[in-house]
Design a protein around this ligand. Structure first.
Ligand SMILES: [Zn+2]
Length: 69
């Protein structure tokens, strides 16, 4: 039953491709638009050149990032 092992290998491959497709939008340097057409960007009040797409703290000064408008 070699065809079955090939099929299960293909299924595993397809599953891992699906996982990559759903988590693949986590790249650090991208312009990501959500389906609602709204992007959330966070920046440091002291370092406006620093822009992140998630809330957190500034790696340079440790200040809380504020959402860009
Ligand atoms: Zn800062």
């Amino acid at each position: 039953m070699k065809i079955q092992s090939i099929l299960s290998a293909l299924t595993a491959l397809a599953l891992s491709m699906a996982v990559i497709a759903t988590t693949g939008c986590n790249k650090p340097d991208h312009e990501h638009t959500h389906s609602d057409g709204h992007t959330h960007q966070y920046t440091c009040p002291m370092h406006p050149e620093l822009v992140k797409d998630a809330a957190g703290e500034c790696p340079k000064c440790g200040m809380k990032l504020v959402e860009k408008t």
